[in-house]
Ligand binder design. Structure first.
Ligand SMILES: Nc1ncnc2c1ncn2[C@@H]1O[C@H](COP(=O)(O)OP(=O)(O)OP(=O)(O)O)[C@@H](O)[C@H]1O
Length: 342
């Protein structure tokens, strides 16, 4: 687990995070419709690996488990089963005390920076707080300098330090959230819909900032979003999530050029194409995502799949890997079942 090296264009990239069969189930209240002992299978067997300095995008409809997965990787939500291996260290069963230094390595950025910034704290204190918690400055002078450096790093100015979150625009607040995340010098940043609440022009500025920071500080990102254009722009590899599992994952270019899973095909068919001479047939999915408490049998997507076959209703598809760094779980490509169709 972990520690494997991969050579990409003469560069050796180390695996920084390995996730193995991760499950995160929320217990249901006993008076719920599904009765005592029921669970919401928010993340239901996810596996993937992320290499140092890459961006791994996670896409899928609302309710598919993206945020739960992100929070679980930071151990903000308890893990039901499976492993999270960070830098060759299995942190799945770490208690609060052992997680303390790890929380310095993994930081999160949230969709709504206003909700994640304490409105009663000045920007200085918001950014200084994690530096103080982890004793990263030897005195007040160094603390002040660090906060100012971080503000400049994210495109703000030193005079912003004395202001409060409500005095900033949405894009500026997201920059403050990014500065706070950077304050502890993390290696991995989990960004949960970081630009969804922003205007398109501001989205581009924040995405460019994240890209620059990635290069300058050798950061690795997990980028969670429902907007496939945004994910295409920023990611190197992606995982397409449906009802708590990845249905297709791997190299971004392979998936965007040749989506194999009918779910990925439907999501991509809704993305506008820049070239007006090109036309893409929109695939409309029937209904909404089923309940994660009582997911469909077989392939979880079969109830909405335009290419559903009888086998899909009962048999869980196996992993099919058409090329290195591209895999899909779908009976259309499952050669063992005799339905190979690629
Ligand atoms: N604290 C919780 N207790 C019980 N169920 C939860 C909890 N948090 C999330 N869920 C359920 O887990 C499933 C996955 O939710 P999650 O928020 O992770 O999805 P998502 O893909 O991030 O959606 P969105 O894009 O709307 O944020 C949903 O069925 C949701 O209702």
């Amino acid at each position: 687990m972990g520690g494997k090296n991969v050579t990409l264009q003469n560069e050796v990239k180390k695996d920084i995070l390995t996730v193995e069969n991760l499950k995160i189930y929320y217990p249901l209240a006993s008076e719920s419709f599904f009765g005592k002992g029921g669970v919401v299978k928010a993340v239901d067997g996810v596996s993937f690996t992320i290499r140092e300095n890459e961006v791994f995008g996670i896409v899928g409809e609302s309710g598919c488990g993206k945020s739960t997965l992100g929070r679980g990787l930071c151990r903000l939500d308890p893990i039901t089963e499976g492993h999270v291996v960070l830098d060759s260290q299995d942190i799945s069963n770490f208690d609060r005390k052992r997680m303390r230094p790890i929380r310095k390595t993994i930081q999160m950025i949230f969709q709504d920076p206003y909700a994640s910034l304490n409105p009663r704290m000045s920007v200085f204190d918001i950014i200084a707080e994690p530096i103080r918690i982890y004793n990263l400055a030897k005195d007040d002078k160094e603390l002040e300098q660090r906060v100012i450096d971080l503000l400049r790093r994210v495109g703000l100015d030193s005079y912003h330090a004395n202001r409060y979150p409500h005095e900033f625009s949405g894009g500026q607040r997201q920059r403050i959230g990014i500065a706070r995340a950077l304050a502890v010098e993390p290696k991995l940043i989990i960004a949960d819909e970081p630009v969804s609440a922003l205007d398109v022009s501001i989205q581009a500025q924040v995405l460019n900032l994240l890209n620059e920071l990635k290069k300058d500080l050798n950061l690795t990102y997990i980028f969670i979003a429902h907007d496939l254009s945004v994910v295409e722009y920023i990611s190197d590899r992606i995982g397409v999530m449906y009802l708590g599992t990845f249905v297709e994952a791997g190299d971004k270019n392979k998936i965007y050029k040749n989506p194999l899973h009918p779910y990925t095909q439907a999501l991509l068919s809704a993305v506008p194409i820049a070239d007006p001479t090109l036309k893409r047939k929109r695939i409309i999915l029937e209904g909404s995502i089923p309940s994660a408490t009582n997911p469909p049998s077989g392939c979880k997507f079969h109830t909405r799949c335009p290419k559903c076959m009888s086998i899909c209703e009962t048999v869980v598809p196996e992993r099919y890997e058409p090329s290195p760094d591209h895999y899909v779980y779908c009976h259309l490509y499952d050669d063992k079942m005799g339905y190979k169709n690629d």
